[in-house]
Design a protein around this ligand. Structure first.
Ligand code: SF4
Ligand code: FES
Length: 212
C-alpha cells in the first residue's frame, strides 16, 4: 500500500477531518509532498512496506501551512517564477505563422530534462538554506533558470539573472544537496548548479557564454 492509500483509509475509517493534498496519484501533479519520518517524499510514490512500523507524517516546512499535511506550494512557486520571469525572452516579436525553430538534439534534450520538474517542492522542503533564508530560489528555481540559460531561443545568459550571483541564488547553496537526494524526478540538480556557476563565471570574466 502506498501512503496515499493509507491516508485515504485513515480519512474513511478514523478521521474524516484530516487534510492532505493529492490529484494525480502517479507522481505527476506534485501536490502530495510531505515529510515522511523527517524526509520529503511524495505520498503517492511511497510504499508503507518500505517504511518502519512507526510512520510519522509532517507537513513540508518553508511553504505556508494550510492544515494538517496540506501546504500551499502555489504561492511559493508563483513568487519564484515571477521573480525570474519564468517565460521565454525572445529578441523577435512572436509570429504564430513562422516555421518551427530548430534546435540541436542534445540541447533540446537538456531543456526537456529541466522541464520535467513537477513543482512538488520536495527539493525546497529538504533544503537547509531555504529553511534559513526565505528569499532563496531553491533547487526548483535554479533548475528553472538553468532551463532558460540552456535554451538558445531565450536571450538571457546566466549573468542576466541578477539574483543568481547572490546568496538567494546559486551561491546561497550550502552544498548539502538534499535537493538532489529527494527529487522524485531524479533531475540532475547538482550538475545544474555546477553549470550555472560555470556559466556565471564565464559571463562575468568576459570569457564567453553571453547570448547578447
Ligand atoms: Fe520537485 Fe525535483 Fe522540481 Fe524540486 S526540482 S520541485 S524536487 S521535481
Ligand atoms: Fe500527484 Fe502524488 S498525487 S504527485
Amino acid at each position: 500500500m502506498n501512503l496515499f492509500t493509507a491516508l485515504h483509509r485513515i480519512r474513511d475509517e478514523q478521521d474524516p477531518s484530516i487534510a492532505f493534498d493529492f490529484s494525480c496519484r502517479s507522481a505527476v501533479c506534485g501536490s502530495c509532498g510531505m515529510l515522511v519520518n523527517g524526509k520529503p517524499r511524495l505520498a503517492c510514490r511511497t510504499l508503507t512496506r518500505d517504511l518502519p512500523a512507526l510512520i510519522q507524517l509532517m507537513p513540508m516546512p518553508v511553504f505556508r501551512l494550510i492544515r494538517d499535511l496540506s501546504v500551499d506550494t502555489g504561492v511559493w512557486f508563483r513568487g519564484m517564477n515571477g521573480r525570474i520571469e519564468s517565460w521565454l525572452h525572445e529578441a523577435r516579436p512572436f509570429d504564430p505563422t513562422a516555421p518551427e525553430e530548430r534546435m540541436d538534439q542534445a540541447t533540446a534534450e537538456k531543456v526537456y530534462d529541466a522541464d520535467r520538474c513537477i513543482e512538488c517542492g520536495l527539493c525546497v522542503a529538504g533544503c537547509a538554506t531555504a529553511a534559513m533564508r526565505p528569499g532563496f530560489l531553491g533547487a526548483a528555481g535554479l533548475n528553472r533558470i538553468g532551463r532558460f540559460v540552456l535554451d538558445p531561443r531565450d536571450t538571457r545568459s546566466a549573468a542576466d539573472f541578477s539574483v543568481l550571483s547572490t546568496g538567494e541564488g546559486v551561491f546561497g547553496c550550502l552544498g548539502l544537496l538534499g535537493c538532489h537526494d529527494y527529487c522524485p524526478k531524479d533531475l540532475p540538480l547538482r550538475e545544474r548548479f555546477a553549470y550555472l556557476r560555470r556559466s556565471l563565471a564565464w559571463n562575468l570574466l568576459g570569457l564567453g557564454g553571453r547570448k547578447r
